[in-house]
Design a protein around this ligand. Sequence first.
Ligand code: ADP
Length: 449
Amino acid sequence: MSEGSQAWWNTLARLAGLVFTGLLVGLFLGHVLVGLTLVLAVALAWQLFNLFRLDYWLRDRSARDPPDSGGIWGNVITQVVRLHRRKRFHKQRLLDVFRELRHSTAAMADGVVVLNAQSEIVWFNRMAGRLLTLKRRADLGIRITNLVRDPEFVRYLQNGDFTDTLLVARTSGRGPSLVFQVVPYGGNQRLMLVRDVSEQVQLESMRRDFVANASHELRSPLTVITGYLETLDQDDQMDPALRGPLSEMRRQADRMNAIVRDLLELSRLDARTVEVQGERIDVGALASLLRKDVLARAKHPAISLTLDSTADLLGDESEIHSALSNLVDNAAKYTPTSGVIEVRWWVDAAGEGHFSVRDTGFGISAEHLPRLTERFYRVDAGRSRATGGSGLGLAIVKHALQHHGASLQIESQEGVGSTFTCHFPARRVLAGGRGGNMPVISGAHTAPN
Ligand code: ADP
């Protein structure tokens, strides 16, 4: 028999003994009920006394020893003491872990801020206080956007999409450049990590400046060289033996000009860190202009234009022109004149816009695809140079699209052809453009140039 049930049996036996004693006393007094009432009152008083002692101890249990009772009350008190000790142990352990966590996050090199569902500051560590100039007591409970007022940061927090980090770069010396990362947890709570990246931003800006300055410096001498080469080329008295080397020099000078132009374009794109707003761009008109350019330059016979939507695009016209023209130019460069090029613009059911350039050219094997948008990455350097490529075209496309929240998808098969598709988010697609009575499919040979 267990200790618990033994105590119950003892209590019951004691109660039975008491009732029996009460009966005997009642018989002795000539009033059985009086005897029974007396002993039951004594039993009740004893239970109440034990209950009182337990209640008294429970109220002030940390300062006193538990009451020393036997029987069933003793069992109850032992259970309560055991539960209390276990709870105290777990509470202490939790407190220790929490304290350790606070100490370690407080000493972290990154700023940590805990925000509640209303974006109010619940807690922050020392580094967060330093980076965001938060005051320990005064700023607790204040909405973070009232203290960090940077418009990009406010938009990032209100957007609620925390898949990417946010860089707030400050190059003009107004405080540090910061990277924010928000991790939602436990329902509506948010943990915000802040890192000082001023040094990286500074180095990056120095690198950009260097490339831009070097390209600028190269531009003037190149213009002079190209000018002289052109003059020499037009000289009728030029020794015929020099004609070949001269035209090669002109070709190389043109290549250098293209590289310098693309480098300048890239550093201009690089310098922009925020998404552009821009103006309304008539994609149909732009696409047919690009088609005309290719036809004029490359004399590519089969380039068709399919406009499935009259929607316009919201963006920076020169950047979008630069991105799309690079894609169309590449298709013309890397497709033999017997091949076909199809340019298409359409808007899907979700309102997202897509601009694709498909060709039946040389194609690219799978291992090159992930690296294609890197600067100076060429699949076939010889072919790229022969076509006057700078190796920077797709890097320009990638950057220009990034500024519009858009992405580039590349599908290609060696010997079959390639499709480059720009995907624009719905917020960039403006319905009711001036595309006229679209959709129109203009075949290569039928469309007016
Ligand atoms: P480039 O100035 O050399 O054309 P890009 O950055 O525009 O530089 O392109 C990078 C490389 O990707 C090119 O050198 C070429 O090998 C490959 N490429 C780009 N577009 C196409 C295409 N439409 N078909 C086949 N290869 C392509």
